[in-house]
Ligand binder design. Structure first.
Ligand code: ADP
Length: 494
């Protein structure tokens, strides 16, 4: 696994969770997995072991020298331990931030940092004399690894025990919105000729596009839910790469992410007052009361409580919910007998507006910041969980919600559509509430529908909760699908 993030070492989003959880799940199924990430400044060398000797990486017509450290991925079992290797290069990674800082969100030298990283993956394998059958890259920062494999490394220097001749590559797209588009002035740093620039398909309107060329060159591709795999092949959701993805349709799959059920499980969650399960839901009522008290809401058991935990950014539909004079949160809280709690951080206008709503509405409370403990309490204590996402490659919170007996209210998009089944008020079927259009009235009406069902169809609501809690979102299930993809990739090479 070549990636720019892996929990617990470096994380900005779901990519980090997926890389580590998938690696562990594959190892538990008997596969030998190793992970390589950069050693960012924030990863202390003290807890890592240094490999002997320096490592030279051919980039930019010369060679960059770095060190390699290693550690075990936490959670590794005896029969399935996962080593992690850290590429240590002071100039590229010895600074605050993974891709940037709040002042400089995208470091100027990112194209060179991640070109270097992708090339270092091959040198690492030679150094440790370990040649994988599958090279699995994730998102744009490691998307050049499949390109280097195809153009050069397959026929590159051999190690004692083998070479990359038998290696195939897989690329996972966790979010198509981030592609790594940079000036082609950075291209010579890859050490590839200009003939390959066009042949491989780096070209993106006179720029170079890391993700696009990765899509063109990887043996197989996938994204993190079946529905997002379909959507990304359309112009509406394709972020200009829908054509490239359509071209690779035969090799492009959707595999739903799993959730970490050791951390997200109402039966053993240390952040809630009392554990609960489908067999005994009384702990959920206690969690609701604790949540109401924590957010200074009246602790009434029979008011529907709507929770949200989210990055406050356009992708999550916060404009349609909170934009002053336009968003629907104000009218939902004014017109309906509900309570609403929000935990999130992100765009300044939205943080400000959430604070302003909190002071003007008695039934809306917001906590601005990142709080693991509160996110668990909101999942457990809410009746409904609102996710009006503009797009959602997979989404984790709706899966947490389902397993916590909290009914998701979601937009019919991406992984949300794969995991939530819309309520049918005639039969009582479903696991949540869905709407199609991302507009303030659609959110208002769908929340209204859920609140109506809460007051008027309570048995349906209780049955839906239990249905959601029975859903299995384990990583084992996803890992088995990845293994099938790896096998297909190896077979098609043959
Ligand atoms: P994305 O990766 O696009 O942000 P996901 O739903 O896939 O969306 O995952 C978001 C993860 O981040 C969830 O585990 C969610 O609980 C967590 N999260 C987001 N914002 C916060 C916050 N302010 N406090 C605590 N956890 C948060």
């Amino acid at each position: 696994m070549a990636a720019s993030e892996a929990v617990p070492f470096a994380k900005t989003g779901g990519l980090a969770d997926a890389v580590s959880a998938l690696s562990l799940a594959l190892a538990k199924l008997g596969h030998e997995v190793r992970v390589v990430i950069p050693r960012y400044y924030s990863i202390s060398r003290d807890s890592l072991k240094k490999l002997e000797g320096a490592m030279g990486v051919p980039v930019g017509g010369g060679e960059e020298w770095c060190a390699v450290y290693t550690a075990k991925l936490p959670g590794s079992a005896k029969q399935g331990s996962v080593p992690v290797y850290f590429i240590d290069h002071e100039n590229f990674f010895g600074r605050d931030g993974i891709y940037g800082t709040p002042k400089e969100p995208d470091f100027l030298d990112n194209p060179r940092r991640f070109t270097f990283f992708c090339r270092s993956v091959f040198q690492l394998c030679r150094k440790i004399d370990w040649f994988p059958e599958i090279l699995h890259a994730h998102d744009w920062p490691s998307a050049l690894a499949p390109v280097f494999l195809k153009y050069g490394e397959k026929r590159g220097p051999r190690g004692k025990s083998g070479s990359f001749a038998g290696t195939v590559s897989v690329l996972t797209i966790h979010n198509l919105g981030y592609q790594g588009v940079y000036s082609r002035d950075n291209y010579p740093y890859t050490n590839l000729g200009w003939d390959i620039f066009h042949e491989a398909g780096f070209d993106d309107w006179n720029m170079m596009n890391f993700l696009k060329v990765g899509i063109n060159c990887a043996g197989k591709l996938n994204t993190v839910s079946p529905n997002y795999a379909l959507e990304t092949r359309t112009q509406a959701h394709g972020f200009r790469l829908d054509g490239a993805l359509r071209y690779r349709s035969a090799d492009y799959l959707g595999i739903l992410n799993g959730i970490d059920t050791a951390i997200w499980n109402p039966a053993k969650d240390p952040h809630i007052p009392r554990p609960y399960s489908a067999a005994d839901m009384s702990g959920k009522a206690e969690a609701k009361e604790a949540l109401q008290r924590k957010f200074s809401l009246p602790p009434e058991p029979d008011i529907p409580l709507i929770g949200m935990v989210t990055r406050l950014t356009g992708q999550k539909g916060v404009g349609e919910l909170f934009y002053p004079g336009y968003g629907s949160a104000w009218s939902i809280c004014r017109d309906m007998r509900v309570q609403m709690v929000l935990l999130g951080s992100g765009e300044a206008w939205c943080e400000h507006e959430a604070g302003s709503l909190s002071s003007r509405l008695s039934n809306f409370k917001a906590h601005i910041g990142y709080r693991e403990d509160l996110s668990h309490l909101i999942e457990a204590g809410s009746d409904f969980f609102l996710m009006p996402s503009r797009y959602e490659p997979c989404g984790l919170n709706q899966m947490y919600s389902l397993n916590y007996g909290t009914l998701p209210i979601v937009r019919n998009t991406g992984g949300l559509a794969d995991t939530v089944e819309n309520y049918n008020q005639d039969t009582g079927a479903g696991t949540g509430f869905m709407f199609n259009d991302l507009t303030p009235p659609a959110i208002y009406n769908t929340v209204g529908w859920a609140v109506w069902a809460y007051y008027n169809r309570r048995p349906h609501i209780e049955a839906m909760r239990l249905r959601g809690m029975k859903q299995n979102f384990s990583w084992k299930k996803s890992a088995e699908k990845y293994i099938k993809m790896y096998e297909d990739c190896l077979a098609s090479k043959a």
